[in-house]
Write a protein that binds this ligand. Structure first.
Ligand code: OGA
Ligand code: MN
Length: 201
């Protein structure tokens, strides 16, 4: 098992070589289970809201583009497990700044939940009016994920124009330069949980 600094270093090396990184066991199954408990509590409390798309005039089209529901993580009022994950991502952001002079100043993270048959069509995480997103960071929370559950992330790269299919396995972290990688979420056949976020310039 890598320690925290070794994980950060492995992520930084992959990011600098390829612009993206995939790491299994970024957090362990116990930490995943605690975040899933918090997520289920948000579902019980009714705090999940349908995710939007950036063009406000076209909000009614959002369900045809993305079907997930989200809850933002809060550094002040969040549960212990949520604050711990925010701290971990902030530590990674500081590591990136020290090693790569990336100039990240903040982060934002939300839970994302896709129900049966929901997806997020191919897209880029930055928009003409939204250039502060430097890195996208997705952590998957699906304990016992099976291939029939589907809902893979497809990451389109120059080397793999047909995309790399990434299963949303519990504890797996995917990180990429937000401006450079189009990606999509294939339709899921069961509830698909993750925490998606961005490091902001
Ligand atoms: C997003 C996104 C990918 C995933 O929320 O912008 O692309 O695998 N998520 O959940
Ligand atoms: Mn995205």
């Amino acid at each position: 098992m890598l320690n925290q600094e070794e994980k950060f270093e492995a992520l930084v090396i992959a990011l600098s070589e390829k612009g993206y990184a995939i790491m299994d066991y970024f957090i362990n199954d116990d930490a995943v289970a605690q975040l899933v408990d918090c997520l289920l509590q948000h579902q019980i409390n009714g705090t999940f809201k349908a995710a939007g798309i950036r063009k406000t005039a076209e909000q009614h089209l959002a369900p045809k583009i993305r079907g997930d529901q989200i809850v933002w993580l809060n550094a002040e009022t969040g549960a212990v497990a949520e604050q711990a994950y925010l701290k971990l991502i902030t530590a990674f952001q500081q590591y990136l700044n020290h090693t790569c002079y990336t100039g990240i100043i903040a982060n934002e993270l939300h839970y994302s939940c896709y129900h049966n048959n929901q997806f997020y069509k191919r897209h880029l995480d930055v928009f003409k009016t939204q250039t502060s997103r430097a890195y996208s960071i997705i952590l998957y929370l699906n304990l016992n994920w099976q291939s029939a559950d589907a809902g893979e992330l497809v990451l389109y790269t120059k080397q793999e124009p047909n995309g790399i299919r990434i299963a949303p396995l519990a504890g797996r972290l995917v990180c990429f330069e937000s401006a450079d990688f189009e990606h999509e979420v294939l339709a899921t056949t069961c509830q698909r949980y993750s925490i998606t976020g961005w490091l902001l310039r």
